[in-house]
Ligand binder design. Structure first.
Ligand code: UGA
Length: 444
């Protein structure tokens, strides 16, 4: 099938490349000429395991084309995917300017009957508005239908999620279009669920909000675990054994970040608010997350009366491992607060330093390795659970000025830490403060 994809951000690029991989003829359109030139050479603008190789293969087979020209990009399309960003407005609602521009471009260049598939995360009712807008503009000249097909991929495992996903949601008003969109997606081998358009739009927001709720719930449990002396890792494991709960997304930490959960939870509150419904539970989820993001600073303040002048190593900048994305990353908030309190910050991340530099003050120093970052430091804060950090030889921490780890991702087993002279505070687990014959309160 001839498919055009508008937008080559995370969702659009992965959608275009994977649709080409299953045999469709795909043209990806983006306004950013520099980005398009790179993609033509199979250089991916995002770090995503397996993506560049898949791009190269499909470009070479002439199934994947990149263009900035909407005319060439849209003229032969049988299906057009809209996969542009829907960032948040100041009030938390979804900003639809990129979507509106994509719709204008479609109207301007539409020549044949077409199905428009909206992949972008959009408020309930948006697909119908887009359909009405395009149909009014083309005045019956050509046949246009709109289908909602929300995206569920995770950054860092996007290719795997596309081919081994749990479900593909197709929201359509008409059986004919639903069947065509099903046929497009069938080769992915992922179970397909058909529903109406509004429910499809809601499934996306409800899924992200529910996952965020799971995380905030476990973060609250972890805080209580610390107070009562339980271990949240054991608690999560025991809970997850119940099939009704499931073991995934129960990892306590320093709150969720990234380009999706923070924005989609706020947008869902707005969607509910627009119909005079106060989504109290979700407001709680967001508040818990906000508090949890500052937990490592609080823990650090328990170890030092003041952190002014202290050298603090920040390990991990990406909002999660296997991505270089720092959008809404907790690292940014933590570093800003450390600097505000007068600390000296040395940060390390295997791949996200370039992106972090754009957002952070020039006062931050960057290290080339975990070992470099912690050398001479008064504390190490673990923000992202990169394998490199999880598998680090704990002995390196004993050489810090003060061997103090505050681990926001529970990277190490308590028993492993106990055999080293390291003070260790983590999330929802007892702290390890005894070091050889001396306690750290004496050192402080
Ligand atoms: C999320 C959803 O998982 C995808 O299904 C969805 O398609 C995507 O948003 C989107 O809407 O586009 P993503 O933001 O890539 O994917 O990342 P996740 O792996 O979901 O992690 C989000 C945040 O939650 C991270 O900061 C992570 O550290 C945190 N998290 C995740 C926890 O704190 N605990 C957990 O148990 C899991």
């Amino acid at each position: 099938m001839n498919i055009s994809v508008i937008g080559t951000g995370y969702v659009g690029l992965v959608t275009g490349v994977t649709l080409a991989e299953i045999g469709h003829e795909v043209i990806c359109i983006d306004l950013d000429a520099q980005k398009i030139e790179k993609m033509k050479q199979a250089i991916s603008p995002i770090y995503e395991p397996g993506l560049s190789e898949m791009m190269a293969r499909n470009i070479a087979d002439n199934r994947l084309i990149f263009t900035t020209n909407h005319q060439t990009g849209l003229e032969n399309a049988e299906v057009i995917y809209i996969a542009v960003g829907t960032p948040e407005n100041e009030d938390g609602s979804a900003n639809l300017i990129y979507l509106e521009q994509a719709v204008k471009d479609i109207i301007a260049h539409l020549a044949n009957d077409v199905i428009v598939i909206i992949k972008s995360t959009v408020p309930v009712g948006t697909n119908h508005k887009v359909k009405e807008q395009i149909q009014t503009a083309v005045k019956g000249r050509i046949q246009v239908e709109v289908v909602s097909n929300p995206e569920f991929l995770k950054e860092g495992s996007a290719i795997e999620d596309t081919f081994q996903g749990d479900r593909i949601i197709i929201g359509s008003d008409n059986k004919r279009e639903a069947v065509i969109v099903e046929a497009i997606n069938k080769p992915f081998g992922v179970p397909i669920f058909h529903t109406d358009i509004k429910s499809a739009e809601m499934i996306k927001y409800a899924s992200n909000a529910f996952l965020a709720t799971k995380i905030s719930f476990m973060n609250e449990i972890s805080n209580i675990c610390e107070l009562v002396g339980a271990d949240v890792e054991n608690v999560a494991f025991g809970m997850g054994l119940d099939n009704r709960i499931g073991g995934k997304f129960l990892k306590a930490g320093i709150g969720y970040g990234g380009s999706c959960f923070p924005k989609d939870t706020k947008a869902l509150i707005q969607i509910a608010g627009n119909v005079n419904y106060e989504f109290e539970l979700l407001k709680g989820v967001i508040n818990v997350n906000r508090k949890q993001q500052m937990l490592l600073i609080e823990k650090l303040r328990h170890c030092y009366n003041t952190i002014e002048g202290k050298r603090i190593a920040v390990l991990g900048l990406a909002f999660k491992p296997n991505t270089d994305d720092v959008r809404e990353a907790v690292s940014i908030l933590i570093i800003e607060e450390l600097l505000r309190q007068g600390a000296e910050v040395v940060a390390y991340d295997p791949i996200a330093i370039a992106n972090a530099k754009v957002l952070l003050s020039s006062d931050v120093t960057y290290a080339a390795s975990v070992e470099n970052a912690i050398e001479g430091s008064d504390a190490a804060l673990i923000i992202t659970e990169w394998d490199e950090i999880k598998n680090a030889d704990l002995n390196i921490f004993t050489k810090m000025r003060r061997p103090l780890i505050i681990d926001g991702r529970n990277c190490y087993k308590l028993d492993s830490v106990k055999s080293f002279s390291i003070e260790y505070h983590s999330i929802g687990r007892p702290s390890i403060v005894e070091v050889t014959n001396q306690t750290f309160s004496e050192i402080k």
